[in-house]
Design a protein around this ligand. Structure first.
Ligand code: AMP
Ligand code: MG
Length: 396
């Protein structure tokens, strides 16, 4: 059995580069850019008006002109016009192109219109109310670096530079495998000795949040079936994420099956609770990784967040950030196991604070739904006082 720290390091040492793929703009939300994005033109691309009002030549102000003849009306989307005389003005709307020979915009609020003339009540500053071409970014400038996570705001930038196709980091192809003779489908009515599958559905939902749609596979606790089906799955997927069948029970066939299929065990069993029987293996040459979690719902769920998500982030070249939280209560650590304790969280005076959720062990999946995450309590003998800071693993 190895320590949590050791297990975590080992998992992060077995990441691999997934390569790149090109997807359509709207499919790229939540993915990671694998190309630098440059401005295809100046930002803004022309001198644009920032107000609804009139465009004039400041030279007229210097000559004492305060009343201008309206030469026309410019809306956003019209090509550039030219002001023919400096005693004239154009009415101009926000987003419209500044006419040639004009250099100053006065908003309607500071003007009065009478027939074809506009008078101004206040002397403007030369050049006011113009968002100048190229003042945000110059053509060719890098707007977004590769490695950027594609948020809604990033989609806006990509759209404005004409990226209808975007090169992003590939995501691993994942098969979520549930095992157990006791498990029936969600739509089935279980017999007294059966239960409905929940882990695979919960993992499916968790993976969808990171833009991965896994394939679901269920295997009976039958050695021959497990070996045959896992061999196929290993060939077809980058990652197998299993739940159940890795403990010390008579029907826990997964570790032996992995061994027979040529998967190298990196570790089996971690000094932690929940999730102790976690089995982790790889096939380096083919870049395959196997996360085999114990079947108890809380164990599977905790290990997914503790190990798999950081692994995925590292594969995608993202920073694996550690979050911390203050526990409002005192807590007794376990002498030899790292504990993952379910908590609810709340901001108090600007600080993220946690309270433990009273769960009923690793089979209690209802308490899981009430928690916001887990705190990691390192092994120890002495009670940890109220207000101790813990690493926090968010699950919501
Ligand atoms: P195992 O790790 O296979 O010994 O399973 C431990 C416990 O988790 C048993 O009570 C199983 O019935 C339960 N379990 C295993 N797999 C699942 C699953 N996919 N959904 C819900 N419970 C499960
Ligand atoms: Mg089982």
């Amino acid at each position: 059995m190895i320590s949590f720290e050791n297990a975590y390091d080992q998992v992060l040492q077995h990441t691999f580069n997934l390569g790149d793929e090109t997807v359509s703009l709207l499919e790229s939300t939540g993915r990671v850019l694998s190309e630098d994005i440059r401005a295809d033109r100046d930002f803004p691309p022309f001198n644009r008006s920032t107000k609804d009002g009139i465009a004039i030549a400041f030279s007229a102000i210097e000559k004492g002109v305060t009343r201008f003849k309206i030469e026309g009306v410019l809306s956003a989307g019209m090509p550039q016009q030219t002001l023919s005389k400096d005693t004239n003005c154009f009415e101009i709307m926000t987003g419209a192109v500044l006419p040639e020979q004009a250099d100053t915009i006065i908003m309607y609020e500071e003007t009065e219109t009478e027939d074809d003339y506009v008078s101004i009540s206040k002397t403007p500053n030369k050049g006011q109310n113009i968002h100048r071409q190229g003042t945000d970014e110059k053509e060719g400038a890098i707007l977004l670096k590769k490695g950027t996570e594609i948020t809604a705001a990033v989609i806006g930038v990509l759209a404005s530079v004409g990226k209808n196709k975007v090169t992003v980091k590939k995501l691993p192809k994942i098969c979520v495998v549930s095992t157990g003779n006791e498990l029936v489908e969600v739509e089935d009515k279980p017999l007294p000795h059966q239960i409905r599958k929940s882990n695979s559905l919960s993992l499916f939902a968790a993976l969808e949040r990171v833009k991965i749609t896994p394939t679901l596979l269920h295997l009976a606790d039958n050695q021959a079936i497990i070996e045959k089906e896992l061999e196929k799955a290993i060939n077809n997927f980058d990652v197998l994420m299993l739940s159940g069948g890795v403990s010390k029970g008579k029907f826990d066939f997964i570790p032996d099956a992995m061994d027979k299929l040529g998967i190298t065990k990196v570790f089996h069993r971690v000094a932690q609770r929940p999730g102790k029987p976690f089995w982790f293996g790889v096939q380096k040459e083919k870049q395959k990784v196997i996360f085999s979690f114990p079947g108890n719902p809380v164990s599977t769920f905790a290990n997914y967040h503790v190990y798999f998500l950081p692994w995925l982030k590292k594969c995608l070249g993202l920073k694996v950030e550690k979050k911390q939280i203050i526990l409002e209560e005192a807590i007794q650590p376990h002498p030899s196991l790292t504990l993952f304790v379910q908590v609810t969280t709340q901001y108090k005076k600007g600080k993220l604070m946690a309270k433990t959720v009273k769960g009923n062990g690793s089979g209690d999946l209802v308490s899981l739904a009430l928690a916001d995450g887990f705190i990691r309590v390192p092994p120890g003998t002495d009670e940890m006082t109220q207000e101790t800071v813990f690493d926090y693993i968010e699950t919501t």
